[in-house]
Design a protein around this ligand. Structure first.
Ligand SMILES: *Cc1c(COP(=O)(O)O)cnc(C)c1O
Length: 378
């Protein structure tokens, strides 16, 4: 493995694979649908700065984030494309959003009034997309109450706010049974019809996250908002697999042969069955390795699987390498990714931890350097 010997643990990110995954989504929905890569939570933990640099090659229709801070960070890095904030924001954050030229998502007339006030204070026009809640339930105007919106808010656009788009979000696009998607899509279409006439010109209608864009490309509308697929996360059953993008690695810093009955870790939850060889790896839950992998997960050492023994500590994990010939201090252990032809997938780790690939990625802590690898061209 590469990297300097001094780095104890790190995340490897393959930029070319990220770029190819983004192209796959673009190809699935066709060239007329804008790609709006979702780079919230620091590009799912990989590093939004570098992710954006890689994704610029695709000439995206903008970027999506979850918070005003994240949008401001993109602006500070020189991103001039549209930046869309997917989640509702506190009214107190709106003025900054307007100054940064971010497009907010709004769910109600109170939101529009708050944005109007913020635009006035900032002395700039603000733009927003109206979210329609078709069943996700966490944000958006209820699809059954669209008439109310028309009457009370008058989206005709005045006083410094511009209505720039409309979107919804599918709750079960990862499910091979797409019946709920169809239902949500119909609700969305009903809402759009009730809202007609929609503003013309630069107005965007969008609905799809990664699994939705791949499952029913026809729902691509004007733009799609893929996240997990770009970063190598499997989007759901029956869908194309992305190329792996992320590897999580750490060094073996100690190896000891332990006599039968030796215990390891807090709570002494594991006991050596015979003579066993244990390797101490320099990463733990403080690095984002799910503690749920204690006595459960595995890592790759020299291409072989070594089981985690005992509880994972904040900074260290111990694995049994009794059956790994030649393992030595300084070797690199792989928690996620390929090693000598073997692989542990993100999804396997998520399953051990009883969670989803998204949470594993976004849980990788700031302590781990992100090492971006560019192999040739994408
Ligand atoms: C996070 C998010 C996405 C991206 O979803 P993926 O499943 O990661 O592709 C798209 N739209 C909204 C509203 C989101 O919150």
């Amino acid at each position: 493995m590469s990297t300097e010997g001094g780095v104890r643990a790190w995340v490897e990110v393959r930029g070319a694979a990220l770029r190819r995954n983004a192209r796959r989504i673009q190809e699935a929905v066709g060239p007329d649908v804008a790609l709006i890569p979702v780079v919230k939570a620091d590009a799912y933990g990989l590093g939004a700065d570098r992710a954006v640099a890689v994704l610029e090659d695709l000439d995206p229709g903008g970027y999506a984030v979850a918070t005003v801070q994240e949008g401001g960070d993109l602006r500070a890095r020189g991103v001039t494309r549209p930046v869309f904030v997917l989640a509702p924001v506190p009214a107190g954050a709106m003025e900054r959003a307007v100054r940064e030229g971010l497009t907010l998502s709004l769910s109600d007339s109170e939101g529009v009034e708050a944005l109007r006030a913020a635009a006035f204070r900032a002395g700039r026009t603000a733009s927003y997309h109206l979210e329609i809640d078709t069943g996700m339930g966490r944000a958006g105007l209820d699809w059954r109450r669209v008439d109310r919106w028309k009457r009370e808010v008058d989206p005709g656009g005045d006083g410094g706010v511009r209505w720039a788009g409309c979107f919804t979000h599918f709750h079960s696009a990862d499910d091979p049974d797409s019946a709920s998607m169809t239902l949500q899509w119909e609700r969305f279409q009903d809402a759009l019809r009730s809202l007609a006439p929609l503003p013309t010109g630069d107005f965007r209608i969008h609905a799809c996250n990664s699994p939705a864009a791949l499952r029913i490309p026809g729902y691509g509308a004007d733009a799609v908002r893929p996240g997990i697929f770009l970063y190598g996360g499997r989007p759901g059953q029956g869908l194309p697999l992305p190329e792996p993008v992320v590897a999580l690695r750490a060094r073996i810093t100690l190896i000891r042969d332990r006599p039968p009955g030796s215990t390891v870790g807090y709570g002494a939850t594991y006991r050596a069955r015979g003579w066993e060889r244990w390797a101490t790896i320099s990463a733990g839950y403080g690095d984002g390795i799910p503690r749920a992998l204690s006595n459960r997960g595995e890592v790759l050492v020299r291409g072989r699987r070594a089981p985690v023994v005992g509880r994972i500590s904040m900074d260290m994990t111990v694995v049994d390498i009794t059956h790994v010939p030649g393992a030595a201090v300084g070797d690199v252990a792989t928690f996620i990714g390929m090693d000598e032809g073997s692989a542990i997938t993100l999804e396997e780790v998520a399953e051990w931890a009883d969670t989803i690939n998204y949470e594993v990625l976004t849980g990788l802590s700031a302590r781990l350097p992100r090492i971006w690898i560019e192999e040739g061209t994408g």
